[in-house]
Write a protein that binds this ligand. Structure first.
Ligand code: CA
Ligand code: CA
Length: 173
């Protein structure tokens, strides 16, 4: 059994390349980019302008807070075509379970089919994942302020000197 993930572990993902069956651009060639969502944050590769039906990236992202990701939705990698008006989905891979991705510290290569918005095969996406396990932080020692002061503590005040503005006795001091 693998050790549980903690906040010091990193899952490095390298987007290698993508191949598509069709080109989304009517004029010229499509401009692919790859995007993934991890812990509600989006990670995006550069856009390969006019790359067409084959694009190569070899761009990596370090995904952290894996203990949170393991409990969340699986990892989906999507490809888009960049256009003047925005980006359009070309295809998405099936969801990969974080538990599986973090099960081994050997680099894994994934060659996955991408499906378009209608569920038809759009192409293939190749990416690598490398999980690095690290020792968790030692638990923090909490100091309870109530324990610092208790009934057995004493506070000694010594009256060392006193000066008076007036003398209270009418005769003598
Ligand atoms: Ca283009
Ligand atoms: Ca385009």
């Amino acid at each position: 059994m693998s050790k549980p993930v903690n906040s010091n572990c990193i899952l490095k993902i390298t987007i290698v390349e993508g191949k598509w069956i069709k080109d989304a651009d009517f004029f010229g060639k499509q401009d692919p980019l790859v995007m993934l969502e991890h812990n509600q944050r989006k990670y995006k590769t550069t856009t390969k302008d006019d790359a067409g039906k084959h694009a190569v990236w070899n761009e990596s992202f370090d995904l952290d807070a894996l203990e949170k990701a393991v409990a969340g939705p699986p990892l989906v990698v999507e490809s888009y075509d960049a256009d003047v008006g925005g980006i359009e989905l070309l295809g998405a891979t099936k969801g990969l379970n974080y538990k599986d991705l973090c099960a081994s510290t050997t680099e894994q290569t994934h060659d996955l089919e991408m499906l378009d918005a209608k569920g038809k095969k759009a192409g293939n996406l190749v990416f690598k994942t490398l999980f690095t396990w690290a020792e968790p932080d030692p638990p923090k020692i909490k100091r309870d302020p109530k324990k610092l002061i208790n009934k057995k503590c004493t506070l000694t005040i010594k009256i060392i000197d006193a000066t008076f503005l007036k003398d209270a006795d009418t005769f003598g001091k």
